[in-house]
Design a protein. Structure first.
Length: 147
């Protein structure tokens, strides 16, 4: 959901600043509040709301519970707890895909993401999350049909 929220607001990043006054960031404030990150944002950055920093916090922040990176880290830990797999390996496709996404989130920087296109980046993440969900379902919920 965080990826979708940020994706909905990504166009604000592309709009030029108004010559009348400072940019209106109420929409980004609403996004922060909707995921419980408004106060954490101000503790982290000590600045007015800047769309680039909001995106950075909600996508790449390792310790914020509503960030995509934090959520994927927790997902990987849960999958490894189920399969008893240690770091650096995987027991199934869901763990492999989760590891790939997490490594990308660990090493990507917001300026690189924005240069490559935030919408495309988030669309790819959402597609990867769908693949992970399907792999989890295949691994843990579907049973093989024996003929």
């Amino acid at each position: 959901m965080t990826a979708r929220l940020v994706d909905v607001q990504y166009r604000t990043l592309l709009e030029p600043a108004s010559s009348v006054g400072p940019p209106d960031n109420h929409e980004w404030m609403a996004v922060l509040k909707s995921v419980g990150a408004y106060e954490a944002y101000h503790r982290q950055y000590h600045s007015p709301i800047e769309p680039e920093r909001v995106a950075e916090m909600l996508i790449l922040h390792a310790l914020h519970p509503r960030s995509i990176r934090f959520s994927v880290t927790e997902m990987q830990a849960g999958l490894r707890a189920i399969s008893k797999t240690g770091p650096g390996s995987y027991a199934n496709e869901a763990e492999r895909l989760t590891g790939k996404v997490l490594e990308r989130l660990r090493y990507d920087r917001i300026d690189e993401i924005l240069r490559g296109g935030l919408h495309a980046y988030l669309t790819n993440l959402i597609r990867d999350f769908n693949s992970i969900g399907e792999a989890i379902a295949r691994t843990y919920f579907y049973y093989e049909v024996v003929a």
